[in-house]
Design a protein around this ligand. Sequence first.
Ligand SMILES: [Cu+2]
Length: 155
Amino acid sequence: MATKALLITLLIAAAMAPALAVDYMVGEGEGWKLKVNYTEWAAGKTFVVGDNLIFMYPAEDHNVIQVSGADFKACNKSGALRGPYNSGNDKIALDAPGKRWYICGKEGHCDGGMKLVVSVEAGAPAPAPSSAPATGSLVWMAASVAAAFSMVMAF
Ligand SMILES: [Cu+2]
């Protein structure tokens, strides 16, 4: 019985853990490039504080700049709020709720569709700076569920 409870605990913990933070590969398999509809890519996805955006592209071809909504509309790359990021494998943390606008800073690329806007939700009431306490409480919760379950099974 104890083994069964442990197994259930592990299963529940494993199932819940990935919900803590998600890494979104921008454009999925297409990556960050011209002629991809990033509005379509972002549609239906819920971005939460703690999640990450990953921009993958050949470093010499593109870059990533975070700009204001107005600069996004105008494809104005001179008003960078953050960046340019140009590693070709940029992991950008969504560390605050609200809208975020990203464009490629290479000439003509933003106008060519290399622009992404995401809306970041606050998510959990108090996002922990590290995932350790959250994981701990999840494991504790899973253990409680498993303990209750094993008690039921004992009857
Ligand atoms: Cu580009």
